[in-house]
Ligand binder design. Structure first.
Ligand SMILES: [Zn+2]
Length: 156
């Protein structure tokens, strides 16, 4: 790797695991200007493509996923930390599928699943946008399913 200051060659003077154990931390010294700096080497997450409803393919966009979830959680009693964790959980599940192309439907279902466990209003908001309900009856069925699920959970 070239020096970040003068672009001459550097040598590694120290190499160890980062504190979180998820990266290799390297201390480098420039052979030209003698400046030292640190680099971190991490495994890069695979890039994923998403197949949309109309069959078109686009790269997975974390920001877009985050926007959708944040919008659904607006003014709901869900903390910022929880929302961030939720986004990370969904992303991790998508990564774990180990498929090069994931259907947007699959991603939507995962978000629905997580939001359903978190907050029913947030869930319904997301589901109503994402599932593109064709008629009101379908929305009511969805609502019934959810209500039943909640009843089952609270009934001993
Ligand atoms: Zn240098």
């Amino acid at each position: 790797m070239k020096c970040i200051y003068c672009e001459q060659a550097t040598r590694v003077v120290d190499s160890r695991e980062s504190q979180d154990g998820e990266a290799i931390r390297r201390r480098r010294e420039c052979t030209g200007c003698n400046e030292r700096f640190t680099t971190y080497e991490r495994a890069q997450l695979r890039s994923i493509d998403v197949e949309k409803h109309d069959g078109s393919i686009e790269p997975f966009n974390r920001e877009k996923l985050a926007q959708g979830i944040k919008r659904a959680c607006e003014k709901r009693p869900i903390t910022e930390e929880r929302i961030s964790a939720l986004i990370a959980e969904v992303e991790e599940e998508i990564q774990t599928l180990r498929e090069p192309i994931v259907k947007s439907k699959t991603i939507g279902e995962k978000v629905c699943q997580h939001l359903g466990e978190e907050d029913e209003v947030a869930y319904l908001r997301f589901a109503s946008v994402y599932k593109e309900f064709t008629d009101g009856a379908q929305f009511v069925r969805e609502l019934d399913d959810l209500t039943n699920k909640i009843d089952t959970e609270v009934t001993p």
